[in-house]
Design a protein around this ligand. Structure first.
Ligand SMILES: [Zn+2]
Length: 243
């Protein structure tokens, strides 16, 4: 496990190569993926995690009060306000976890969310859309964890791509450690979330320490063209009957 934390409302975790590939959409043996997912749930002591079928879009799946479907719906973010644990799968893109505390009038489970934010999703507003659904459930204080992802020093893109991104999210264009144009997705996500009044957890502030390309025990599509994906996970604590 790369990172695990729990507060009074929710638990948050990011897996690494130790837990193995948790993605069902990258050509791995589905039975092996299902076994690994169950092992993670058992280790964390949580119920079945809901995943989505990610397509680099901005659709947010609100699973609140819905039964688990036979196959994962197409979406790049998920929200639950009924205590359903959620997971998102990445290998260089950003796995973002959000935890919203209910307003004063409510004392139900926290509002949980996960989002897959790559370059396209980030520029197209997947985080803003996810946050909108979280706040639509009455969440007030929202905290975000930006999980392991390729850092700005390591994510090279063509200059025209950097210019286009910079027009949408000023500050996202940076220089890689080898002097070419790059994009700082984690930094841009942080700026964007903080501008929306979200507190970004300080544990994930050092992006070199959380860089998928620089750490062999994290999955990196850029480094290995791997089918492996790590999971960002969130679940409720202290109210397991809430689900
Ligand atoms: Zn890096």
């Amino acid at each position: 496990m790369w990172f695990q934390s729990e507060d009074s409302a929710a638990g948050i975790a990011f897996t690494d190569v130790t837990e193995g590939n948790l993605a069902a959409h990258t050509g791995d043996d589905p039975a092996a993926v299902a076994r690994r997912r169950r092992a993670v749930e058992t280790a964390l002591g949580i119920g079945p995690v809901r995943y989505v079928r990610q397509v680099h879009g901005t659709t947010v799946q609100d699973v609140t009060g819905t039964p688990a479907p036979a196959s994962a719906p197409e979406a790049d973010a998920a929200v639950s306000a009924d205590g359903t644990p959620l997971g998102i799968l990445t290998a260089d893109c950003l796995p973002v976890v959000l935890v919203g505390r209910p307003g004063e009038a409510r004392n139900g489970p926290p509002v949980l969310a996960v989002a897959h934010a790559g370059r396209r999703g980030l520029l197209d507003g997947v985080l803003q859309r996810t946050l909108g659904v979280v706040r639509g459930h009455g969440a007030r204080d929202v905290t975000a964890w930006i999980g392991p992802a390729v850092c700005g020093r390591c994510y090279e893109v063509p200059p025209e791509m950097a210019e286009d991104a910079q027009r949408v999210l000023p500050g996202i264009a940076v220089t890689t450690s080898w002097g070419t144009t790059g994009l700082d997705l984690p930094g841009a996500a942080r700026t964007l979330l903080e501008a929306q009044g979200v507190a970004v957890a300080p544990e994930c502030a050092d992006r070199r320490a959380w860089c998928t390309l620089e750490h062999e025990n994290l999955y990196s599509h850029r480094r290995d063209s791997t089918p492996g994906r790590l999971a960002g996970l969130v679940w409720p604590v202290g109210g397991k009957d809430a689900a």
